[in-house]
Design a protein around this ligand. Sequence first.
Ligand code: PFF
Length: 451
Amino acid sequence: MHSTPDSSPRDSWGSQAGFILAAVGSAVGLGNMWRFSYVASQGGGAAFVLLYLGLVAVIGIPLMTSEFVVGRLAQVSPVKALPLLGGRKWTPLGWMFVFAGLIILSYYSVIAGWTMRYAWEAVSSGLPKDTVAYFNDAATGLPAIGWHVAFMVITIFIVAGGIRRGIERAAVILMPVMFVILAGLAVYAFFLTGSREGYAFYLNPNLGAVFDPQIIGNAAGQAFFSLSLGMGALITFASYLKGRNNLAKEATIVALADFGVAFMAGLVVFPIVFTFGLQDQIGASGLGALFVSLPAGFASMGAAGKFVGAAFFIMLFFAALTSSISLLEVVVSAIVDSFGAARRAVAITMGTIITIIGVPSALSLDFLGAADALVGNFLLILGGFFTAIFVGYSVLDKADAELAIGLPSESMRKAWAFMVRYVAPPILLGVLYLLIAPTWQAIRTLVGLGN
Ligand code: PFF
């Protein structure tokens, strides 16, 4: 569809399945593997997983339904949807979403660049044995910038193609392939000698950890990051829906798929870690956990390692790509819908700006980690808090017809409204409080005051 911005109809999804796959594609990404494995292994193992699952059910699914409802009702980017439904005082929240998208994509693409390089090297020459040195070389500096740029170019290319021909097509092809590779890896991991030990570590709850404030803050941030909540990405996606949608059901499918993938990634990672004795590395290498310990496992596997390593990083690359396109789409749709600019030009311009903003993250792991703590954790929770307030007090009355499709009984809709109005905001406020200290620390790192 060739479009002049003002006269032609807004792009839309080609099918229901296409929308769901694109939303799952947004949710499933580096968050499920890179972030989930190392955060989960840092605090409490299965206790962290339980906490995370509880937050997904109690806050994640109602908020995701909320984002879907807002987008579906307004049919326009959040920067216009929020004032349209709630009045002009909500416009800044829409631009805060855009800011979050800009920053998250800037460092997300750096990590995605690592996955591209690892995939490339695994296929061509095989990953080297000294994975610490290899990661240090790959993570920062010129090579990291180069792969970051390459990843951004692909992201821009897909988003410039539009919703149906760009984002939907990419998700429909990449998500099933990604899922099959992951399932194959989980089966392979099951047959490794250390798989029992790995599962035991992963799935044995240390229930004390559920009360650790740091772990609660991490689990909540991880839930938002992983579900793509709190920055209007799913409002944006739902704004391209046409026709009748069971939004509550679709949100549940997306959340379950996201959790399923994160859980399965753990079933791949922990058997490898325990089979090849990499327990210490995973804790010690922080941000690089996945990129240091797993390749060491692949290197010890002999001939199979080359194949397994390539499969793993290709899968991760696909997962990252279907998420990065949703991050860029938040930024692009805001500008296209606000100023009537042409999508392709906006995608290229904003993509270039984001690529430049990402350079410091490609030069310093501390900077990358701080940007993730500030925006990936704190700002998403803040965005989620305001989204709950916005929907709870400005949109609910207008949303009844929309919700009635998926929540046929009055009492179900009441229960949903109760979660959004009275349960999510206080919990999120509490989490924000817990995150003040680490967020302050992150800000100091970002402005160069210390680490
Ligand atoms: N959900 C993605 C992941 O888990 O990797 C990251 C992400 C995408 C966060 C889109 C936020 C967002 F709006």
